[in-house]
Ligand binder design. Structure first.
Ligand code: 13P
Length: 258
């Protein structure tokens, strides 16, 4: 049985919380949150809240991430934000390839490969999302879908680049639906992802890569999900918008090391 050295609890706020709501979250979270060396905590707010949250969380162990970025360094890309811009406001990590970006903004694996490359070159931490739709699962194509999302984007990375990468398995049918993958389904896919990485980069590296689960994670189901050997934490949407609920998830993660 694989023993976990760490868990990561990452909140993806998506297009939620304006500036004053984000400030209220930060004030409450700072009151209740106690850092733990084996539990990484990350929050990904919208672009407009990034700089303020970096300031508010400056003296804590909480990392602030972006939800997306462009692959180019700068230029005529109206509406886009570069890795250098993120770094200039103290943001050193980014979520890439979220299924909502793939579905609503037509992000392709080809584009994501460029974004990942840019993230690596700029020394950004990357949480890369993969996951199948309901139709793909029902057609028995879930493993193939995830394999393609990983191999086409990551398999020309150098082994040391993987230090900057976490994978988030988020089955599309479980996002915002209240329908969670069973801990067994999550672990099965996480084990598959690990095998895939091991096949190319060897078992030692594959064992080190943190693989998060995302899709209707909440305090009521987090313990069972975190307990699975191949699950290294969660990427949380809805339940990350409330400071108390999000902190409950952090506390559940800490419970595994105490
Ligand atoms: P929910 O936790 O709201 O299902 O969202 C999951 C997600 O998409 C996180 O990136």
């Amino acid at each position: 049985m694989r023993s976990k050295k760490k868990l990561c609890v990452a909140g993806n706020w998506k297009m939620n919380l304006n500036l004053s709501q984000a400030e209220d979250f930060a004030a409450r979270f700072e009151q209740i949150y106690r850092a733990h060396p084996q539990v990484e905590v990350k929050i990904a707010p919208s672009f407009t809240n990034l700089y303020r949250l970096v300031q508010l969380f400056e003296d804590t162990e909480v990392d602030i991430l972006a939800q997306n970025m462009h692959w180019a360094e700068k230029g005529a890309y109206t509406g886009e934000v570069s890795a250098g811009m993120l770094r200039s406001v103290g943001v050193y990590g980014v979520i890439l390839g979220h299924s909502e970006r793939r579905a609503y903004f037509c992000e392709t694996d080809k584009e994501l490969r460029r974004k990942v490359q840019t993230g690596i070159e700029n020394d950004m931490e990357i949480i890369y999302c993969v996951g199948e739709t309901l139709q793909q699962r029902e057609a028995g194509r879930h493993f193939d879908t995830v394999r393609r999302q990983i191999t086409e984007v990551f398999f020309d990375l150098d082994p040391e680049d993987w230090r900057q990468v976490k994978i988030a398995y988020e089955p599309v049918w479980a996002i915002g639906t209240g329908k969670t993958a069973t801990p067994g389904q999550a672990d099965e896919m996480h084990a598959y992802i690990r095998e895939l990485i091991a096949g190319k980069y060897g078992p030692a590296l594959a064992g080190e890569v943190m693989i998060l689960y995302g899709g209707s994670v909440k305090p009521a189901n987090a313990r069972d999900i975190f307990a699975r050997p191949n699950v290294d934490g969660a990427l949380v949407g809805g339940a990350s918008l409330n400071a108390d609920t999000f902190n409950d998830l952090v506390e559940i993660a800490k419970g595994f090391f105490e």
